[in-house]
Design a protein around this ligand. Structure first.
Ligand code: IMP
Length: 422
């Protein structure tokens, strides 16, 4: 499919990294368009684990051009450490990894502010403390620094001064060392020097690629339920995570895709605070966490675990216009019997027609469950749909029926090869 998008249908951590790595084999260009180093895309190749927070996962394929769009907030130090990680693994990125000059930079003080807000105010979101919210806030307040501004001394100084007007008193109030303008300038000069070889006009590169009929894969970070508009606000990230944000996140007029893959984990997880109607605080939740290795790839925090929620998934499917599902981590459900799936919500005794827009309403949800038979067998080594235990096949078919969409791939393990094409 020439233009394809991969988006998460839950609260992130659906296993998009591995899926993008598998799909990237057939693509020429792989693009990140939102989020920043809050993402944690894990790929395992021949037992070696790569965790990307910023780089498009497709960069692992040496034939792929990897792009970071203007919609991403770029933490330069994280960027360099991922490039180093690749170099150590013998993966050459020279001449095929580019950052948009319009991408905003996450500055050290954005991370400090992220922590201050998390520690100090009543409403803790449970962020990754990677400075994402403060960096996007500066973008909207027009005092953020973009990659291009690093090379324009006059504008850079003005932006920094404007940005520090409101921040210096906050740092002083919390007894943190104030980041002085001069100190920032030194850091920025160093980053400017090191970023230079990676800067490229992402929208132009993409336009050319489209004109040449090259295959393009857009890699969403986080999940639809963390979207700043359509997620469980305020317990969301600060960027738009769905396909609707691709055009604005890369600067190309792409309004339709040949294929939108919605990635759905076979159960649900969430990191940080916020409503989670199908959460299991029991031994089952613990078991899912243990067997699914459900610890944050960015912060190592234990993820909250629970059952698959098809009400939330249906909402995410319709928002993104998903045309095929990819189901991940089905292997983790081996030995869980029976299985439960949320098929409807009730609030105050009434059936809910659409996904509630308010976190308070979501906290009140009573879930209507469907119980399905589980399976005992290990399925990591199975590579055909018909080879799956009947109960596992039924679980997949049940999801397809409820969401009125086909599952085109099932992932049954961390390794690249552990997929079943359906
Ligand atoms: P932030 O994006 O660091 O501001 O965090 C906001 C919320 O999004 C927190 O609940 C985080 O745990 C969550 N979050 C951000 N990025 C990811 C991700 O890649 N996977 C899962 N949760 C995430």
């Amino acid at each position: 499919m020439p233009i394809t998008a991969v988006v998460g249908l839950q609260w992130g951590d659906e296993g998009k990294g591995k899926i993008v790595d598998v799909l990237a084999e057939e693509y020429d260009v792989c693009v990140r368009y939102n989020g920043g180093a809050n993402a944690g895309h894990t790929v395992v190749i021949d037992g070696e684990k790569f965790i990307f927070h910023l780089l498009p996962t497709g960069v692992l394929r040496e034939t792929v051009t990897a792009l970071i769009g203007n919609g991403v907030v770029l933490d330069p130090e994280q960027f360099f450490s991922e490039v180093e990680q690749l170099k150590r693994a013998g993966v050459d990125v020279s001449g095929r990894l580019f950052i948009s000059p319009r991408a905003h930079i996450v500055l050290p003080y954005h991370k400090m502010l992220d922590s201050i807000y998390e520690n100090a105010v009543e409403l803790s979101i449970g962020t990754t403390r990677r400075g994402i919210g403060p960096a996007y806030a500066d973008r909207a307040s027009r005092c953020g620094l973009r990659v291009a501004d690093l090379y324009d001394e006059k504008t850079l100084r003005k932006l920094l001064r404007r940005s520090l007007i409101e921040k210096t008193p906050v740092f002083e109030r919390y007894g943190l060392q104030t980041e002085t303008e001069e100190k920032m300038s030194e850091w920025l000069k160093e980053m400017a020097r090191r970023l230079q070889p990676f800067i490229g006009d992402v929208s132009e590169i993409l336009r050319d690629a489209l004109n040449d009929g090259r295959k393009i894969l857009f890699e969403g970070a986080q999940g639809t339920l963390l979207d700043v508009d359509f997620g469980t606000y305020p317990y969301v990230t600060s960027s738009s995570t769905g396909v609707w944000s691709i055009a604005v996140g890369v600067g190309v007029n792409i309004c339709s895709f040949n294929r939108v893959y919605g990635v759905l984990k076979a159960y649900t997880t969430r990191v940080g605070e916020g409503p989670f109607p199908t959460e299991e605080r029991s031994e089952i939740g613990e078991m899912l966490r243990r067997s699914g290795g459900e610890f944050g790839a960015t912060t190592a925090r234990p993820r909250r675990c629970g059952w698959l929620d098809l009400v939330a998934a249906e909402y995410a499917v319709s928002l993104n216009g998903v045309d095929a599902l990819i189901l991940t981590k089905l292997d983790v459900l081996s030995g869980v019997n029976p299985l439960r799936v949320a098929i409807a919500y009730e609030i105050d005794g009434r059936r809910v027609k659409s996904f509630p827009p308010s976190a308070g309403e979501l906290e009140k949800v009573k879930v209507i469950w469907e119980e399905l038979e589980g399976w005992e067998e290990k399925i990591e080594d199975i590579r055909s749909f018909s080879g799956l235990p009947e109960a596992a096949q039924n679980y997949v078919r049940f999801i397809e029926e409820r969401l009125k969409l086909g599952v085109s791939m099932v992932s049954v393990g961390g390794e690249r090869e552990a997929v079943i094409r359906v």
